[in-house]
Every structure is written in C-alpha cells, then in structure tokens.
Design a protein around this ligand. Structure first.
Ligand code: GTP
Ligand code: MG
Length: 497
C-alpha cells in the first residue's frame, strides 16, 4: 500500500511530466509554464481506486502452499516412471525404437528440470499482436529491472491454435496490448485460460504461469480514454486476471513539442522525447517476483513441467504395456476360439465362461504390476463372465457377429464357427476392458473382486460400444474365420445357417 501511494505521488508526477499531460495527442504543444497535473492524477486515481475495489484472489499466481519438497517429490515420482519405462523397454528394444527415443528425450528433460528448479532467472514471455511494442518493452525492462530473479524475456507472437501447453514453460506471461483487446487477443487469452489454468482443464489444480497485462502506448490516448480502456480491460478479464495485474504503460512515447518561455519573455519551441513510462509495470513485477512470491513462480513452473513429463512417461509406459497386453490377448482369444470351435457349448452363456480366462487376467495384472492372487483371477473371470451375460453383451455380440458373417458369405460351420468367432471376440473385449482398467489405476489396485467389477462395468460398456460398429465386427469376423479355417477339423461337415 505504502509503495503504491508513493508511486501515486512520485511515479505519477514523473509520468505526468513525461506523457500523461499530453492529453493523448501526438505532437501536442505543452506550455511548461502552465502545466497542470489534473489529468494524470485523475487517471492514476481512477486506476488505483478501481484496483482496490475489484481486487480478487488472482488465479494467475501459483498456489502459495507449493513447497520445494512437493516439487522434489514430483520429480522423484517422474524418475520412478522413467525408470519403469526404461526397464520395460529393455526386453524388446528393437520393437520399440520410437518409444526408446522418446524415453531418452524425457529422461534428458527430467535431468534438465532437476537443475532448472534453482535457476536464478525468471522465464518471462512477452506476448502480443504485431507491433504492439513487445521488443521496445523488453528493451525497457532489461534496462530498468534490477531485482532478483533476473529476467529472461522472450518475445512471443500470438500463434492462434498453438498448443496452450507450450506456455506452461514460462513463469510469467506478460501480455501486451496497445488498446482494447482484439478478437485474436481474446481467442488467444481464452486458449491460454483453458490450457493452463481454466476451469475446464482437468489439470486446473496445477499452478499456472502468472499473467500480467500491459496496456501499452498510453500516450496515444487522452486521460479520459485511458481510464475507459483500463476499466474495459479489467472488466473483460474479470474473474481471471486481478486488476492489480493490469498495468498502464508507454514503452516508447512519441516525442512532444514543448514551448518554453525564456527570461526575456520570448517563447522557444523544441521537440522532446519523454522517458518511457514503465513504473507501474516495474512496481508490479517487484511485488510479484521478489522474495517468496518469485520463488513460488519458479517452483510452480518446475512442478507443472515435472507433472507434464510424468504424464508423457506414463503414456509411453502404457504404450509398451499395451503392446505386450495385445500379444497376450491375441494368444488367449485364439485359444478360446479354438476351444469353442472344436467343442461347441450348448448355450451362449457357457460361451462367456469359456471365453473369460483366469490365466489371461492374471498375466495382465502382472504386466501392469498390479498382481492378483490365483484365486482372485479365477473368481474375477467367473464374475466377469456372469456380468457379460447379465448385461446382454454376449447375446448382442453373438447376434451381431452372426449377421456380419452372413452378409459376408462367411457361413461355413455355422454353429461351431460362430461360437469360435464369438469366443475370440468376447475374450478380446474382456481383455481390452481389463487393459483399460489396469491403465486407469493409480496407486494400489482394488482389493476385492466386487470393487474391480464395479469399476469394470462402465469400461465394458465403453469397449463393447466402441468395437461393436459393423465395420470393426466385419474386420474381426474375417480375421477370425481365416484363423479358424486353419483349425478346420476333417470330421466336420460344412453347415449353413
Ligand atoms: N507512441 C508509442 N509508440 C510505441 C510505444 N511502444 C512502442 N512503440 C512503437 O511501436 C512500434 C513497434 O514497436 P516494437 O517494439 O517493434 O513492437 P513489436 O510488438 O516488437 O513488433 P513486432 O515484433 O514486429 O510484432 C515502434 O515504432 C515503437 O517505437 C509507446 O508506448 N508509444
Ligand atoms: Mg518485435
């Protein structure tokens, strides 16, 4: 508060002398002998009062509770996932060349991030449309900022559609506008909001980069217009950017004509270059960056980036595991197909029991490092089989497969052939659902079979509806028939539906 009042009086006067008395008009003639401070004081007053009345918790600053220990813990967890990834890639590296390359890149990024936590420089993105004054502002900031951390200013253009995640790497984003927001500005800000801290973002609990908005080229406007513009900006960004983070500046005000009266009473006219008016921004950065708040911003970035790396490493790990899981599912689906084909069962309900293999469940659980006990694998297989029947998925799948096989002329060995294809299909769907289930687990696996089944229920629905489209069923049916043809027992005579 003391600082701001000081700025009001001291900074306000220098601004006034520098530019705000120009009444916003370039080349305005200023009579030094008749200066009045009313205009500047009015604007500063409006700005200050507006900020006081509308000040809210700033969603653009990091969670003040974030500690270095939390950052270290996240980095440690990221390393654990990376270790698991490299370990699981080892047995068949040649099958996973791109993933191996990705794992190495992620590890390099993680190593860099561990050091990055203690960097003495703040990464500041200066963003805005064309010719809004970004380069000029960076120059001015670099000349005037003497605090710690030092500023690593990076000029960035508004690339609409650019991945909002890109902005996660910055500690602070300084958005520059020379007036009211344009449509592109609005779109970009919306994208940023949703990408790095908006309410629709599932990662919204992560601290986001701080956002400061600089209203530049203030010398182009009269005090009245300046006040209106500031109010408009505060209004447009309400609920997201604290008004205290919306600052009026003039990075390179236009020269002004000055008339001076000499002692002999004659008037002389000359052109003068006002100083850049950056103090509202410098003051605000001082509040945001020095001491603990600045440290929090740097930690916030490391924390976000570590979380992002961890997610990428998880995705890669899931990809490796999924590849292995698919090989397992393939093997078990053809086992089930062969069994049903060679020894047809009298009802589709029994088919489900045949398709659900406890051994497959056990192997998948081990692959995802959530091992189930032998009895639990068997129990889960039986319960899942019952659930498939209860949900009507066995009946529906068998009928759908029968119809696609028929329309494709794949009608050989009707009863047993269809059972073979259906058994393979049910095994595959159950296997894919289990893969989704294991992938969705964080921390410990569910302890009891009913709890697992409860979590599997919606997954089963999703997987069956995703794979139940006609084209997919056709493709599967054709592959399965081709597979079964290789198993065709001599004794069997072709049957038709
Ligand atoms: N009147 C006035 N002109 C300014 C101000 N700030 C910058 N300018 C002028 O605006 C023009 C563009 O400034 P730059 O700093 O090059 O803008 P930029 O955003 O980096 O431009 P690009 O990189 O081309 O997008 C230059 O002529 C600056 O002198 C200001 O506060 N007032
Ligand atoms: Mg530039």
């Amino acid at each position: 508060m003391v600082k701001r009042q000081y700025w009001l009086l001291g900074g306000g006067l220098s601004l006034a002398a520098g530019l705000w008395l120009m009444d916003g008009l370039t080349h305005t003639l200023v009579q030094v002998g008749e200066l009045t401070f009313t205009g500047a004081a009015a604007l500063v007053g409006v700005w200050w009062l507006y900020q006081r009345s509308t000040r809210t918790a700033n969603p653009g600053t990091p969670d003040p509770g974030l500690t270095r220990a939390q950052v270290d813990q996240t980095l440690h967890q990221t390393q654990q996932v990376l270790d698991a990834l490299s370990q699981e890639l080892q047995p068949d590296l040649s099958h996973h060349v791109p993933l191996q390359a990705q794992a190495l890149t992620l590890q390099t990024q993680k190593n860099h991030l561990s050091l990055d936590c203690d960097r003495p420089q703040l990464r500041l993105a200066v963003v805005g449309g064309t010719a809004v004054g970004k380069s000029t502002l960076i120059q001015g900031l670099q000349q005037r900022w003497t605090g710690t951390p030092t500023l690593d200013c990076q000029e960035q253009t508004l690339a609409l559609g650019q991945d909002p995640q890109y902005w996660q790497q910055f500690d602070l984003i300084l958005f520059v506008t020379p007036g009211d927001l344009t449509e592109s500005d609005r779109q970009w800000l919306q994208g940023l909001r949703h990408g790095v801290g908006g309410s629709t973002d599932p990662q919204s609990s992560l601290p986001s980069p701080a956002l400061v908005v600089a209203l530049n080229k203030l010398d182009h406007y009269s005090p009245g217009q300046q006040a209106t513009l500031l109010t408009q900006l505060c209004h447009r960004l309400q609920g997201w950017v604290d008004p205290v983070n919306i600052v009026p500046i003039a990075a390179a005000p236009d020269p002004i004509q000055v008339r001076r009266q000499s002692s002999d009473g004659t008037w002389h006219q000359s052109q003068e270059q006002p100083d850049p008016a950056l103090s509202p921004l410098i003051d605000r950065l001082g509040d945001l960056l020095q001491g603990d708040p600045g440290q929090q911003l740097l930690w916030g970035t490391s924390y976000r980036l570590a979380q992002g790396l961890q997610r990428s490493a998880h995705t890669a790990l899931n990809q490796v595991r999924r590849d292995r899981a698919m090989a397992l599912i393939d093997r078990y689906q053809w086992l089930a197909a062969g069994a049903a084909f060679l020894n047809p069962v009298p009802s589709v309900d029994l088919l489900a029991a045949l398709a659900l293999n406890g051994q497959l469940i056990l192997e998948l659980s081990r692959l995802y490092h959530k091992p189930l006990a032998l009895h639990q694998g068997q129990e889960l297989a039986a319960t899942l089989g019952e659930l498939l029947v209860k949900l009507g998925l066995v009946e529906i799948s068998t009928q759908a497969l029968a119809s696609v096989l028929k329309t494709n002329g794949l009608t050989f060995w009707a009863g047993s052939g269809l059972q073979g294809v259906s058994a393979a299909y049910l095994t595959r769907m159950a296997g894919l659902s289990l893969v989704e289930y294991f992938q969705s687990l964080e921390g410990e696996a569910e302890a009891t079979t009913p709890a697992i089944v409860e979590r599997l229920r919606p997954i089963l629905h999703q997987v069956f509806s995703l794979h139940g489209q006609t084209e997919r069923l056709q493709a599967f049916g054709q592959t399965a028939v081709a597979h079964l043809k290789g198993l065709q027992p001599q004794a069997k005579s072709p049957l038709l539906y």
